[in-house]
Design a protein around this ligand. Structure first.
Ligand SMILES: [Fe+2]
Length: 175
């Protein structure tokens, strides 16, 4: 179950429908899956995708997404520092960033500009699905200690590269 924080207002939300409404009005899709499939010990990424195929297919058909894969990151992941840094700075993508958290956690930070600049964060855990629309300013914190298993869904995997804003705003916030 996710937790949403708005640090500048000292607000913390945990009610799913309240979080969904908050995110929906900002164009961010948030849903919950029952991410509790029985998987064999040492399940491969293919096993994971097959186990969730009945949930994935409607989502992918609806969003026009083409591919999905599974990522697992923990303290033993090679090049962990590089991976962490890559997404810890504010960036955008030219396509949606869609993730379903199966284990562990990760924090998406969002920066919405407008009449009232706004920064908020969503701590995602098992069963949380989030879709960050293309061109949304955001960054991602693996947390400490890092551990996450998530399904990633792409329109075009090549489009999922970070375009850094170099605003430095990511330095001003910690969960
Ligand atoms: Fe991203």
């Amino acid at each position: 179950m996710a937790t949403l924080r708005i640090p500048d207002k000292s607000v913390t939300l945990r009610d799913p429908s309240t979080m969904r409404e908050f995110l929906d009005t900002r164009g961010i899709i948030y849903e919950q899956w029952s991410a509790d499939r029985d998987l064999p010990c040492g399940a491969t990424n293919e096993h994971v995708l097959a186990a969730y195929a009945s949930l994935l297919k409607p989502l992918m058909d609806k969003g026009g997404y083409q591919t999905a894969d599974v990522v697992y990151i923990d303290g033993d992941t090679p090049n962990l520092a590089v991976i962490r840094e890559k997404f810890l700075r504010e960036h955008t993508h030219t396509e949606d960033e869609v993730r379903v958290f199966l284990e562990g956690q990760g924090i998406f930070w969002f920066h919405k500009e407008g009449r009232d600049d706004e920064v908020f964060a969503l701590l995602c855990e098992q069963g949380d699905l989030i879709s960050v629309p293309a061109d949304t300013k955001h960054w991602f914190d693996l947390g400490d200690p890092p551990r996450v298993r998530a399904i990633r869904i792409f329109t075009d995997q090549a489009g999922w590269v970070p375009h850094y804003t170099n605003s430095g705003i990511d330095q001003r916030y910690r969960w």
